[in-house]
Each structure stands twice: as C-alpha cells, then as structure tokens.
Design a protein around this ligand. Structure first.
Ligand SMILES: C[S@@+](CC[C@H](N)C(=O)[O-])C[C@H]1O[C@@H](n2cnc3c(N)ncnc32)[C@H](O)[C@@H]1O
Length: 367
C-alpha cells in the first residue's frame, strides 16, 4: 500500500494558503490605487517628463522623508499592478514612469481620455463598499427578498441615493461620462456606416450626454436626443443637432431611428429589462425599413466552455461587475442565452453580437 506523500500534501496546503491570502487581500490593490490618485502621483510623474526618482517624488509630494520607505512600498505594489514601471536611470538609480497601458492621460488636455480619480472614486466610496457587509444577511433572510444589499445598507435604492447625495451623484456622472467618452470614440469609428445611414438616434439613459455629444459632433446631419431622468438632464445645454430630453424609460422613449442603450440593462432585473426593451422597440418600430434598430452596449458573459476565448482579466472584470450589479441595483451581467431570452420576451426577432468594446459587446436588435 502506498503511503500518502506528506511532502506533496504540505506543498498543496502551502499553495492553498498563498491563493487564499492573495485573493482576500486584493482590495489592497484598489485602495493603493485610490491613495496614489488622491496624492496625484500619476500626474506628478507624468509632468516630470523623465523617470522620477523616489527622492524627487517625495519632494514633489511634500511628504515627510521618514515615509520614504513606505512610499517605495506603495510604488512597488502599484508597479506590480501594472500602473507604473521602474526604469534604470544610472548604475545605482531607478526612476518611476507611468506604464503606457495605465492610460493616466493628462487631465488638462481635453482631447485625451481622462482615466483618473473620477473613474475610481465611486468604486471605492462607502456606497460601493458598505453593502458587501449585508450580503450574507441578504442571502439568508427571506424578508430581504425584495431588497438589494445596497438598500439594506442605506434604506434607499442606489438611484435615490445618487439623487440625494450630491457628491456621489456627481462622481457617478463623471465616471460614466469618462466611459462614454472612451466608448463614444470607438463607436463613431466602428459604427460609422450605421450612423451615416440614419437620421436620428436616442441615447436612452444617456446620463449627462457625453456619448450623444460625441456622436452629434461626428455626424452633424444626425439628430441626437439624450434621454435621462429630469434631475440628470436638468440644466444641460442643447446644441444644433443635440437635445436633452427628460423622461422615464419605463413609460416611453422618444421616437428615433436608433435607440442606444449603453450600460443600462445590466442595472435591471429581467422583468424590468423586458419593459425597457419594449419601450425602445416602440421608439424605433416606425423606422424598421430605414435601418431602425436598438443598439445595446453591454457585457456578454462567455459560458464556461468558451471561457478560454477571452483573456483572464476580461473574464474576471465581467464577473466582478456582475456581482457589483447584484449588490448595488439587483441587476446582472448576462450570457448570450440570457440575452436571447430577454430579446424574445420583448418581441424582437433577430440580433447580432459584435465584441468590439473590450469587455463589452455591441448587440444590434432588429424590431
Ligand atoms: C450606468 S448609467 C449609464 C449612463 C450612460 N448610458 C453611459 O453608459 O455612459 C445609467 C443611467 O440610467 C439613467 N436612468 C435610471 N433610471 C432611468 C429611467 N427610469 N429613465 C431614464 N433614465 C434612467 C440614470 O440616471 C443613469 O444616467
């Protein structure tokens, strides 16, 4: 009889320990990034225009020299996360530069996409963090069936919270506007043919109108409608071919050739999604012969057997967002089968998925 290989068992346990510790301490990556952004480290290093030594960084930050080793360790974890690179300056000296993939573009240059503290800020606010403490209770107690963990934590829905807490609302709008700028840029390139063929587009739940503005500027002959709740569009300035319209997408959507739904449906449960989709179908129905369609920009979670077709980071981002939607708003990230069911329930006959937006895809829905 073969005896259990004790060395093997110990090594498995040690590996297990690494895995569990690594996973449970991952929040430190987010918190370290938050700190670096609040200290304005990316901007300072970028403006230095050459690899910046630790001593130079300490001086620029105006922090006490006794914290030099701590700053070195903060920078080391951020290098490990891929935000910065340490470059050799001389035999004995290293300097920090911002990693090209980190996209910390200058906030002063409006033509560049600004991925900075405004993008990360809402993610690390109490509104995003506190509801997780309620998740176990939410799973276990029947009485919370009709609530989200967010509602348990704050006694109001996430949308009410954004309306009441001015700062949180502003951070949220800024953060989605950054994403809209990024995706808007891709859209005017990748969807050029669609926008050149149609006369009007309504951005349903378009927030403060960033995506609409980009589309309106790129296609001056296109009539753009940015449609969102009253408190979101209130005070926004319209232009030649862009109007901001207040309303409730569950009641009615302004008619247009194309209804755009970017990052909307993942906020809602299936029943609510079917209602929104039906309103969008009504809005584009009369344009059926003129290229009328609904354009959805959302995640399509790959089923497990196809998991290897997307890279690990993309897949993990989709799953993290799925959990966030569950906890915050009772929404979800959907796989193709789930999307197909929603489309059929809303009365659509045909759809096409094109994965052109990083972790998200373009889904075209034909009435
Ligand atoms: C996640 S944001 C997406 C914003 C924008 N589409 C984007 O991706 O940049 C969701 C948007 O839906 C809007 N919204 C929520 N409920 C709505 C409703 N009943 N009618 C219209 N818009 C609504 C919110 O105000 C918010 O601007």
């Amino acid at each position: 009889m073969e005896l259990p290989n004790q060395e093997n068992e110990m090594s498995k346990m040690l590996n297990g320990q690494v895995h569990i510790l690594n996973q449970s301490l991952k929040f430190i990556n987010s918190m370290s990034l938050k700190c670096a952004l609040h200290l304005n480290i990316p901007e300072i290093i970028k403006n230095h225009c050459a690899p910046m030594t630790l001593t130079e960084l300490i001086t620029a930050l105006g922090i006490n020299k006794s914290k030099a080793n701590c700053l070195f360790r903060l920078m080391r974890i951020l290098i490990n996360s891929g935000y910065f690179i340490s470059q050799k300056i001389s035999e004995n000296e290293q300097g920090y530069v911002v990693a090209p993939s980190a996209s910390f573009h200058s906030t002063k240059d409006a033509s560049l996409i600004r991925i900075d503290v405004s993008l990360v800020a809402p993610v690390l606010q109490p509104a995003f963090v506190k509801p997780w403490d309620y998740l176990t209770k939410w799973f276990l107690n029947e009485e919370f069936c009709d609530m989200t963990p967010f509602e348990m934590a704050f006694q109001m829905s996430y949308w009410e919270y954004l309306r009441k807490e001015e700062n949180a609302g502003r951070h949220f709008n800024e953060s989605v506007a950054i994403d809209a700028r990024l995706i808007g840029g891709v859209m005017i390139k990748e969807c050029r043919e669609i926008f050149e063929e149609i006369e009007s587009v309504v951005d349903v739940g378009g927030g403060t109108g960033t995506a609409s503005m980009i589309i309106a500027n790129a296609f001056p002959n296109l009539r753009c409608i940015n449609f969102d709740l009253e408190h979101v569009v209130d005070g926004l300035t319209s232009s030649e071919n862009l109007v901001h319209v207040a309303g409730d997408m569950f009641q009615a959507v302004p008619p247009a050739n194309v209804a755009l739904l970017k990052w909307i449906l993942h906020d809602w449960n299936d029943e609510e999604c079917v209602k929104i989709l039906k309103r969008c179908k009504e809005a584009v129905e009369s344009s059926k012969e003129k290229g009328g369609r609904v354009m959805i920009i959302e995640t399509v979670v790959n089923p497990d057997e196809k998991q290897k077709q997307v890279d690990e980071e993309t897949r993990e981002t989709q799953l993290l967002l799925d959990m966030l939607m569950m906890v915050l708003v009772g929404g979800k990230e959907r796989d193709e089968k789930e999307w197909g069911q929603l489309f059929a329930d809303a009365g659509f006959t045909r759809y096409k998925i094109t994965p052109i937006f990083g972790f998200r895809s373009l889904i075209q829905l034909y009435p």
